[in-house]
Design a protein around this ligand. Structure first.
Ligand code: 9L3
Ligand code: MG
Length: 131
């Protein structure tokens, strides 16, 4: 599984998407992404997933430090990315929004993020430029 920490053009905000399913995660915000198909690199998987889910083309950069074991056979990684083309739209999510470092920290503290993604918040906050 690969998720994208997708930066805006100013480097001050990242893109969050609000999950529609499953029921236990619906309404919570995530770094968008999905599962790599057989034969696909994580970079290819992330570009395909965000094209399908959000209608954007992204450039994919290095991996974030933490990895999250979702189950015995599923590991979730995150890659830095930036928008090359398109405006993100919620095709499969309930909503999308751009958030800065401060807002991201507050959302995490208040439990608005999917649990897995909380591990990346310190690195995201450190990397985002102050608004
Ligand atoms: N998941 C967690 N954080 C993320 C993403 C993209 C996915 N940033 C978890 C939620 C589900 C599992 O991975 O338990 C599968 O996600 P999906 O394929 O339903 O998006
Ligand atoms: Mg997905």
């Amino acid at each position: 599984m690969v998720a994208g920490a997708i930066l805006d053009s100013s480097g001050t905000r990242i893109l969050l998407a609000r999950r529609a399913r499953p029921a236990e995660l619906a309404g919570l915000w995530e770094l968008p992404g999905g599962k790599a198909e057989v034969g696909e690199t994580d970079e290819e998987a992330l570009r395909r997933e965000v094209a399908e889910e959000l209608g954007i083309d992204v450039g994919v950069e290095c991996e974030l430090r933490e990895r999250v074991a979702l189950s015995d056979e599923l590991v979730l990684i995150a890659r830095w990315a930036h928008v090359i083309a398109g405006e993100p739209a919620a095709r499969e999510h309930q909503a999308v929004r751009w958030v800065g470092a401060e807002e991201l920290s507050t959302m995490c503290e208040q439990g608005y993020l999917v649990p897995a993604d909380a591990v990346w918040v310190p690195e995201l906050v450190a990397r985002l430029r102050p608004a």
